[in-house]
Design a protein around this ligand. Structure first.
Ligand code: C5P
Length: 402
């Protein structure tokens, strides 16, 4: 199953309230509809001053409701009917005024009434001027909503439509789409503690030179995101990458393979699943210099010593967690990957062709386990990661039943 098909059967009610960020909601409606979701837009009167109902109607392919007394819904009960059979309500943008209404249970227009008369989760994406966001009244209302089980998709920091700069900018449409995707992921790893290594390691030779493996860290970070979405408590140990730190329970930055090994030993004792995505350098220089080595014009020889194999160490502990390895191969993918899985005693190894995977946003993993191999179709790394997490969860469940 692809990730998109997971969304295709879902119904989302998209509420728009009055704010300049309503223009982003139009793009959001387009992206969600493209993903196959049934999107029903409901706009407040103030929202209609920022974008037209015709825009939302064209993007969702559905009549847009604005009025509590809209006669086109059976029995004129729009306030109840529209929130029936809805999987989630997302209010984006959610103005300070609308948040205040929600927090106090007011139901004086269609959208606030629907939010009150619902039995599905409610997500809100606030958008407002920074002082309105920081005001104690807004923060008090947000606390109330959090306690009521509403998910707040916190705004970002940045330049605002009013010309000021600070917290209050609504998240971008693509970020909200990612949140909706995450929301619908099955919580297959709820309560599981995961340790993931990602990125390359860098082995210094002198103050400004070193050796490393090519690795963007994108696959490892995608695995982390998919694991968090699946409800796992994730610790990430990362080599040097240019990626935003994901929302994990613990994040440890390392540089060399020896640093990564020490960090893994520190964290491993309470871990259920260890996923070693890092491209760990196999060798490090025997002698290194704290200063920059001067060039002489003659050839030099560097001597390297093997680094510890972190994954092999973990997989061979007396009571190891469920261990997942990664292998980037340039040739003979199947034979090399399966040989690696057996040598390191891994229940599961994910392999890919280095020339296709490194730095790319897409990948085509092949999963090797004791039952054989499984080829995943080329897809964005986050989708590959979600399928990998699903496979890990099913193998772990099988092991528990043995
Ligand atoms: O480098 P190699 O292809 O052997 O990597 C296979 C797996 O072993 C990967 O999951 C990698 O993270 C892990 N590994 C490790 N320590 C090393 C080398 C590889 O943990 N020194």
């Amino acid at each position: 199953m692809t990730d998109a098909s997971l969304l295709s059967a879902k119904h989302l009610l998209l509420g728009l309230t009055g704010g300049v960020a309503a223009y982003k909601a139009a793009e959001l409606a387009r992206l969600l509809t493209n993903d196959g979701m049934e999107v029903q837009a409901v706009m407040t009167e103030a929202a209609c001053r920022f974008v037209g109902t015709a825009t939302l109607q064209a993007l969702t392919g559905k009549h847009v409701f604005t009025d509590l007394w809209d006669a086109s819904v059976a029995n004129s009960m729009a306030h109840i009917n529209l929130s029936r059979n809805v999987d989630v309500i997302l209010v984006a943008p959610a103005s300070a005024d609308f948040i205040a209404k929600l927090a106090n249970g007011f139901a004086d227009d269609l959208l606030s009434t629907l939010c009150l008369a619902r039995d599905c989760p409610l997500l809100i994406a606030p958008a407002m001027n920074r002082q309105m966001w920081e005001s104690s009244a807004t923060q008090r209302n947000l606390d109330t909503l959090r306690r009521d089980g509403v998910t707040i998709l916190n705004p970002a920091n940045g330049t605002q439509a009013c010309g000021e700069s600070g917290m209050g900018r609504m998240l971008e449409a693509f970020e909200l789409v990612e949140t909706v995707h995450a929301f619908f992921q099955p919580k297959l790893l709820k309560g599981k503690r995961l340790l993931v290594t990602a990125g390359p390691t860098y082995e210094a030779i002198d103050a400004v030179r070193g050796i490393t493996n090519l690795s963007s860290g994108k696959m490892g970070y995608a695995v982390v995101r998919a694991a968090v979405e699946a409800g796992a408590e994730v610790t990430l140990i990362s080599g040097p990458v240019c990626l935003e730190t994901p929302a994990v329970v613990k994040f440890v930055n390392v540089v060399s393979a020896e640093d990564m090994f020490a960090a893994v030993k520190n964290e491993i004792s309470s871990i259920d699943i260890f996923i070693s995505v890092a491209a760990v350098a196999d060798y490090r220089a025997i002698s290194t210099s704290k200063q920059k080595t001067k060039k002489t014009g003659s050839s030099i020889t560097l001597e390297f010593t093997p680094n510890p194999d972190i994954l092999e160490y973990v997989a061979n502990l007396a009571n190891p967690p469920f261990c997942v390895g990664f292998a980037a191969e340039t040739e003979n993918l199947e034979a090399n990957a399966e040989a690696k899985r057996r040598k390191k005693k891994l229940p599961l190894l994910a392999a890919n062709l280095a020339q296709e995977a490194i730095g790319s946003d897409e990948n085509a993993l092949v999963l090797f386990d004791s039952e054989g191999e499984r080829h995943l179709l080329k897809a964005p790394k986050i989708e590959q990661a979600r399928l990998l997490i699903k496979h890990i969860a099913s193998l772990c469940a099988k092991l528990r039943n043995l």
